[in-house]
Design a protein around this ligand. Sequence first.
Ligand code: OX2
Length: 824
Amino acid sequence: MTDTPLITSPEHSVEGFVREFLRELNFTQGTVLERASTNDTYLALARTVRHYLMARWMETTTAHYRRQPKAVAYLSAEFLLGRQLDNALLAADLEEIAAEAMASLGLDLDELRQAEVEPGLGNGGLGRLAACFIDSLATMSVPAIGYGIRYEYGIFRQTFVDGRQVEEPDHWLDNGSPWEFAHPEHEVTVSFGGHTEKYTEGEGDDAVERSRWVPGWQVLGVPYNYMVPGYRNGRVNTLRLWSARATHAFDLKIFNYGDYAEAVRAQTFAENISKVLYPEDSTPQGKELRLQQQYFFVACSLRDFIDQLLPEGFDLHRLHERICFQLNDTHPVIAVPELMRILVDEQGFAWEEAWEVTRRCFAYTCHTLLPEALEVWPVELLGRLLPRHLEIIYRINDEFLDEVRATYGDDELLVRRMSIIAEHPFRAVRMAHLATVAGTRVNGVAELHSQLLRDKVLADFARLWPEKFTNVTNGVTPRRFVRLANPGLSALVTEAIGDGWVTDLDRLRELEPFADDPEFRRRFRDVKAANKQRLVELLERRDGIEIPTDTMLDVMVKRLHEYKRQTLKILHVISLYDRIVSGELDVAEVVPRTVVFGAKAAPGYVMAKEIIALINHVGAVVNSHPVASQVLRVAFPANYDVTVAETLIPAADLSEQISLAGKEASGTGNMKFALNGALTIGTDDGANVEIRQLVGDDNFFLFGLTEPEAAAIAETGYRPSAYYEENPVLRRALDLVARGEFSGGDRSVFEPVVSNLLGEDRFMVLADFQAYLDAQDRVEAAYRDPEAWSRSAVLNVARSGFFSSDRSMRDYLDRIWHAEPLAD
Ligand code: OX2
């Protein structure tokens, strides 16, 4: 391995950029400027930008291999990357050069940006978090690799038909994917099915009983590499996503028998594994293909790390000195028995030796508290697909339960609670328990969540191993979510305090004095107004939705889930509408507001889809009412994604974070809004708690039950109808829905939503309704004073530096990974 770069970067100038771009257009796209389509020019531009990062990528990869520092492998079934071009331009410091270069050719950089289809390889917060984390790791020069799945179809495209969600496939690869590098020569074979057999190794006293796996079928994993550029630090890490292919042996044999159709079917079967992202967010479905996906990508990744990234002959007894595999939720947890299998069956380790290594190589992040969201795999299924892994899991469990009994005596109830194997309603492997037993550390994603994890969900484990449990509060990358998404605010902040904040977000604190500077506040408001204008244009262009430019922008964007309580927000809208239409409120008294929703529902989640329909129907009635629409508008652009978020969040005045306390593990949208100067109306839940502590009570609209209060009500028996009976405002709002006001008089349409709220209301919407309305009154009062509001907004920005994913990464490095940035 040499010290010199294999290639050099193209010249960092407008002329150099133009030259490189035209070469790409001619040699790779095979066209000339005069005849190039937008897609041609976009692809040529993307490849041009790529060239500038290439040498750094090679250097980074070479340095990691040569120096063998302790590295982090982030194992995640989802990476919700968002568009790549902007981020690459920013990282390579090419924004101005590229804009000038394109302009000199009569092209518009902005227009080319729009041509990129974002890779939607994730559902929501969990996948976007993974993308923020790898951005931060690269920016901090930490040796790290992301491992995941290259889904051919990412998260579905959402459209609305009569206000109801319809899903369409996401053809994100159709126009070519300039950011990936396929490496079929590094394909990995992954086995499934079959059976295990016992055999004896050695003779006489040395004889040992061993087990081996005789698989039933195999597929290939082909790696696709993506650059993960650090922000202007000369480092480019790698994200490696796996794509499934049929093995050649498999289809060749069938071809030889002349059954062409069967050969192609076999291929399709294999390729199905990486075909589509499961669209359930925090609600696992337990589908066989999903387990295949999970095992597929972790088997490829472990194999890849051991064979490609470690030097030949590396002593695997020291694996933990080189790597920490971070398990992003339970999805990759099958990696634990896989590493055991590699060490014991392939490397000939004794069981104890292998377990010693394995338990030091993994750490587990839990992202939920909802018990139904913790993955369990039926023993029948796991044993059929991965028979050797099931044996290994059983042995891990036996030894673990021995330890439990040795510590606590024969407390069978406790043993059953803690067992990795659940017995009811069917025998199943509890992946969260397996991860907790195997992980060096277990963390939640915000202080409150980690505490509830310790006190409730994994309380038995926290008692046994208190030192395993820790917290790392989530964060978001300031590069994408401030610097790129909000150029106006970025320029204003940089003018005030310099540009160090982009990689050291705590420096936003230096903005605090500017909150008291009327001139700064005026300019801050101008930025907000310009961002609103940008949003108005986007919604018009993209969705044909018209919204006013000068109203309070009240935004609730996140997956549609009952615990997140979009119903509470729409009940507020209904109530406002009702009070305006009935004349109780004079339009002159109401602060004009535009309520924007963005939310996808899992396709099989019936209630979530009903709620989407309700929002759209309420929106249609409100927006067409001659009086109400003067001060109240509802917009629900379909197919909310990272790209929309980047325009929507910087425009927002009010951020809706209104989950029932104790249910939202962290939230990350909440952080993005605060960093962009929106004020939060929120419950004491997830990272809202930390946001409020940091920005101060005066700059946050808190309402609603606390987690202990909600738990106490649930304990004594919650009766939602009591709130309906006692609160006339609530009653009127619900009655409007029940009477068909938003469904052309048809009472049956939203009956399921109404009766669910009155009968069960698992997430206590009705209990928090009045408190929410009162908090919204406080919002209105505050918004009437633009000086005070913008002062609060500036303070939100200044005090939210903690929520940088760079800080999250420092916490993981210190508390969990014990790894370090690689010095130059
Ligand atoms: C989400 C959580 O719901 C959200 O609160 C959190 O901010 C995000 O993960 C990142 O940590 N699937 N998605 C999540 O949890 C699960 C499970």
